[in-house]
Design a protein around this ligand. Structure first.
Ligand code: PLP
Length: 360
């Protein structure tokens, strides 16, 4: 990296251009400091405030909700269906005159075919936001996750499909949306560093924050992106190997893979334990950990049932039966490209054995 510039320099632009090109034609992207920053900027750009609502899935990371809540708008949670993705019929029913956006999450890399929601949001002139934190590489038909709505946000946190340490990207097919978000991520300055005739002299045109990605992170992103296709291929091989080894085994079921119509981003494979064993979910995770096998939970509580949102909005578990079951009973099994198909064999054997032991 030969540039002396550490922020707002050529590496960010290169990363943004390459990322946009990876997703498709006529796509615009602006790099940000995290997916959370990208979502927050998206809602600032939309001008959300008190009295507004955004419809989103209960089965997600807290960032999907907090970035709405922090604007003063109200996150309106709906349950997922049995795939783990937002129940689109419920989402459609939750839209009303206060709704200023709808957000979908491709969980855990299974693309949401957004057509029903898109038809309704377009008819009402409401933007459809995609939280693509787990979805880089996913597609519906030939259309990449990130281009299935109006504005999308990606995450480059270390365990994601590519990483920049912390980092994210906001994407849209609207150049003006990305220009607006690029201004908001840099204090609302009226001109970027390179556009200033007199160094240090600028005006502030709007209320913005500092959510920029550094050139150091962007340089890592450029190289990571070159490796992305290889990463995705290994994720696909690992997923297939793991699914084959786990197929038909007792005590759990797997959330669905991609099919002919869509490409799963293979963030992880989620096993949902049967009711009989689900009470021992944490014991399963601990036993695997003792064997040196790292797993995780996506996500440990439906967000409306987390303490903050329950206290604030009084949500009840019976409003989110699918999300509650997945949160309570699931184990996320790793398929990242640091692992190979042999590792999948070992992972499957241990998982089946441990579940069998608690199954009795
Ligand atoms: C669905 C989802 N959205 C947003 C985020 C936040 O991403 P970041 O850590 O880049 O802010 C995460 C983090 O895992 C996530 O899973």
């Amino acid at each position: 990296m030969l540039s002396p510039q550490l922020v707002h320099g050529p590496k960010s632009v290169e990363f943004e251009d390459n990322f946009a090109h990876f997703l498709g034609e006529n796509v615009y992207a602006t790099s940000v400091s995290s997916c959370t920053a990208g979502l927050h900027l998206t809602y600032l750009h939309l001008g959300l405030g008190p009295g507004d609502e955004v419809v989103l899935p209960a089965q997600t990371h807290v960032a999907t909700a907090h970035t709405i809540e922090v604007t003063g708008a109200r996150p309106v949670f709906v349950d997922c269906d049995t795939t783990g993705n937002i129940d689109q019929q419920e989402a459609l029913s939750a839209i009303n005159h206060r709704t200023k956006a709808v957000c979908v999450v491709h969980y855990p890399g299974l693309p949401v075919d957004t057509q029903p929601l898109r038809k309704e949001t377009q008819a009402r002139g409401i933007p459809l936001i995609e939280d693509c934190a787990l979805a880089l590489g996913g597609k519906v038909g030939d259309v990449a996750c990130g281009l299935l709505g109006d504005i999308s946000c990606f995450s480059f946190y270390p365990i994601k499909h590519i990483t920049t340490g912390e980092g994210g990207m906001v994407v849209s097919t609207s150049e003006s949306v990305i220009q607006s978000i690029a201004s908001l991520k840099a204090f609302g300055y009226d001109r970027a560093l390179g556009d200033r005739q007199t160094p240090g002299v600028y005006d502030v045109q709007e209320l913005g924050l500092n959510y920029r990605m550094s050139e150091i992170s962007a340089a890592i992103g450029v190289v990571q992106l070159q490796r992305l296709n290889g990463f995705l291929e290994q994720r696909e091989k690992n997923t297939q190997a793991l699914r084959m080894s786990l197929d038909g085994r007792a005590g759990f079921s797997l959330l669905p893979p991609g099919d002919g119509a869509n490409t799963h981003a293979n963030y992880c494979v989620i096993a949902v334990l049967d009711e009989k064993v689900s009470g021992s979910r944490n014991a399963v995770i601990t036993a695997l950990r003792h064997q040196g096998i790292g797993t995780s939970v996506y996500y440990p509580v439906p967000i409306p049932l987390s303490k903050y949102y329950r206290d604030r909005y009084d949500y009840r578990e019976d409003q989110f039966p699918n999300a509650a079951r997945i949160s309570r009973s699931s184990v996320a099994l790793p398929v990242g490209p640091h692992l190979g198909e042999d590792d999948m064999q070992i992972l499957a054997e241990h998982f089946v054995r441990v579940v069998g032991e608690v199954h009795g």
